[in-house]
Design a protein around this ligand. Sequence first.
Ligand SMILES: *Cc1c(COP(=O)(O)O)cnc(C)c1O
Length: 218
Amino acid sequence: MKLEDLHEELKATNTRLVAVSKTKPNELIQDFYDRGQRDFGENRVQELADKFEALPKDINWHFIGHLQTNKVKYIAPFVHLIHSVDRLKILKEVNKRARQNERVIDCLLQFHIAEEESKFGFDLAEAREAMESETYQKMEHVRIVGVMGMATFTDDHDKVRREFQALRRIFEQLKQDYFADQPHFKEISMGMSGDYKIAIEEGSTMIRIGSILFGPRK
Ligand SMILES: *Cc1c(COP(=O)(O)O)cnc(C)c1O
């Protein structure tokens, strides 16, 4: 699919495009940049750090992969949004490294909404526990701006829709209970190449699209 067509499709929506450029070369990213795309997503710390160095500095870099505590320091100076905060320990480390860089880093809480056992993420009870912890409440260098989730990889559209609806409900619950007076808590990152249309219908504010834009990954 052409980038311009997807931009056009999103115009009538409240959804932004994060172009997932993992494994793709800098020239391709530069080409998308030249055509107006500013938000790019990566899932490996080293690859992201290398691309940050090489590419224009006004790119918004989104980290969307599983994050290990010992690697947070490499992206803390510049990352725009971390989609994949899946435990309090990571949030603590992001807060520490953000403080060292004298910034506040925006984060999403990743939720486990799919059927697969191996997927990372909080469930609602765990997220509540984290939000109510003294550890979190003392943090001054992270800002939680919403939630992220990945649906089961399946052709069963109803199932995918139910999972996105579940994420939406989690978002509403957290908003009501912890972020009611915080307008920055407004993001629902859901939808990939195969299911983004359903995600938009269910209230996604950010879709993370790789293969249909850049071609299949090896
Ligand atoms: C790779 C990846 C995407 C993009 O997947 P496509 O199916 O290629 O669009 C989105 N989100 C996450 C977390 C990813 O790792």
